[in-house]
Design a protein around this ligand. Structure first.
Ligand code: GLN
Length: 471
């Protein structure tokens, strides 16, 4: 579905979207909590000129919504009802959006499968046995299903761009500081971004226009004026310089992904794009995931120290303060989250800080310097967003730890380390399953990136693609 499908309609369509969300729950398990739609439309006062007039929107469950339960798919936050809205919630509302659901995610954003949600697996709309990807899996699934034209997610490592690829929708993560994160339950603050899912590039541009901008409650937000992304969109590729990340494409074994990627390059070239291979230092590429693990888990350990059953979270019994905290945290978090806190704490021990934490920060700097240097000669870098179509749950990530696999599956971390804008665009459907590519651009060059994405969308014919439309 597209935003325009709702803007031309009436509020009944929003109510219907709410019903569709409920009806999809048995198939997808994408929702943690449903929002009260009647309450939101009681005094609905928007006009058609509002960018999200009468548009149903889904929110990842780490986005604080005043009065509506917000769990980040963690047992420890099962009883958390925020007393304030995230800035983006107010912005979306002011633009006319109506919230339909809070969506499932990997617990606290930690994961790439959405198997790690307290409420269980989210099913991929195109094959229910397969995973949706994560951590913003519920948001991706609801857009791919055709329940909502826009869903909000967050992206710390690729958590918007990877599930977008697996579910066959557009997934945008703009520049760090472009969208306020005030009121979003953090994962790793130096890497966290707000991102979004739509079925068209135009809708992604519109949504970005609504969400972007300076927020005094988030000192990391930029003062740069917000562009009119949706009206500036064009799809002219003449003379555009596209660098293909060769390390990533070499690491992908899947023949179908390779073929569809080559077909796309041919089409882009015939539209006048200049395409060249870009090769990164292998050691730096191999360092992506370990560096991410150290930095993200160290930051997460600090960010989540307040989830102790005293300050926040479901409180378990205990004889004294310490045992209450230990019991609350032991029962409140899954083993994946506890494992990450152990890694994070370890790297922050005084005796380990130089050897592990600061070293990771130095490696991050070298990776970003290399990226900056490569991007200087191109408008965007391009690669397949994933090494395969959405896997089955038992095609476990943990067992495939070869260096090439890790490069193929984790290259989108480049966008988080640098904060540069990045977008996933579906480019083919193979045996009913979507395949997607990813673009990475220079900071605040969202307009240029979206325009190149638009050209890809035009060439691949998947604009507006979702289950509701394809059936
Ligand atoms: N898959 C990555 C992880 O496991 C990314 C998560 C994210 O972006 N929130 O942490």
């Amino acid at each position: 579905m597209r935003i325009d499908d709702y803007k031309q309609g009436n509020l009944e369509k929003v109510v219907e979207a709410g019903e569709k969300a409920k009806a999809s729950q048995e198939r997808l398990n994408a929702v943690v909590s449903f929002c009260d739609i009647e309450e939101q439309i009681k005094d609905y006062k928007h006009t058609q000129s509002d960018l999200l007039f009468q548009t149903p929107v889904a929110l990842k469950d780490n986005i604080n919504t005043k009065g509506t339960r917000t769990t980040a798919s963690s047992r420890i936050l099962d009883n958390y009802i925020p007393v304030y809205n995230a800035t983006i919630v107010d912005k979306l509302k002011a633009a006319g959006a109506v919230f339909v659901a809070k969506t499932s995610m990997d617990e606290l954003g930690m994961g790439g499968t959405n198997l790690n949600a307290y409420t269980g697996k989210v099913n991929n709309p195109w094959d229910l046995q397969r995973i949706s990807g994560g951590s913003s899996g519920g948001s991706a699934a609801l857009v791919a299903e055709g329940v909502v034209p826009l869903a909000i997610g967050s992206d710390t490592g690729d958590s918007v761009r990877k599930p977008a690829a697996y579910c066959g929708v557009v997934g945008l993560k703009p520049t760090y500081g472009r969208i306020s994160r005030y009121g979003i339950i953090p994962y790793a603050s130096s890497l966290d971004h707000v991102g979004l899912f739509t079925t068209t590039i135009k809708d992604a541009a519109t949504a970005l226009e609504v969400l972007a901008g300076r927020d005094d409650n988030d000192m990391t937000t930029s003062y740069k004026p917000v562009e009119k992304y949706s009206s500036l969109l064009n799809s002219d590729l003449q003379g555009k310089r596209i660098g293909v990340i060769k390390n990533v494409m070499d690491a992908i074994e899947d023949k179908t992904i390779q073929e569809t990627f080559k077909q796309l390059l041919d089409k882009l070239e015939s539209r006048g794009a200049i395409i060249e291979d870009v090769v990164f230092d292998t050691d730096l590429m191999n360092a992506l995931l370990p560096t991410y693990y150290v930095i993200s888990n160290a930051e997460a350990t600090a960010n989540h120290s307040n989830l102790d059953g005293i300050r926040f979270g479901v409180r378990e019994d205990g004889d004294d303060l310490t045992s209450i905290m230990i019991n609350s945290r032991t029962k409140g978090f899954s083993s994946e989250v506890r494992k990450r806190f152990v890694i994070g704490s370890y790297s922050l021990f005084t005796e380990n800080q130089d050897k592990i934490f600061r070293k990771a920060q130095k490696v991050r700097r070298r990776i970003v310097d290399a990226l900056k240097e490569k991007l200087a000669s191109y408008d965007v870098l391009l690669a397949s967003a994933a090494g395969s179509i959405a896997p089955y749950p038992d095609e476990s990530y943990g067992e495939k730890l070869s260096a090439t696999y890790l490069v193929a599956e984790n290259h989108m971390l480049l966008g988080n380390f640098s904060g540069y804008p990045s977008i996933t665009v579906p480019n083919a459907i193979v045996d009913g399953m979507p395949v997607a590519v990813n673009l990475l651009a220079k900071p605040f060059e969202e307009t240029l990136m979206l325009s190149i994405a638009k050209a890809i969308e035009e060439e691949c014919g998947l604009e507006g693609y979702c289950r509701e439309v394809s059936e």
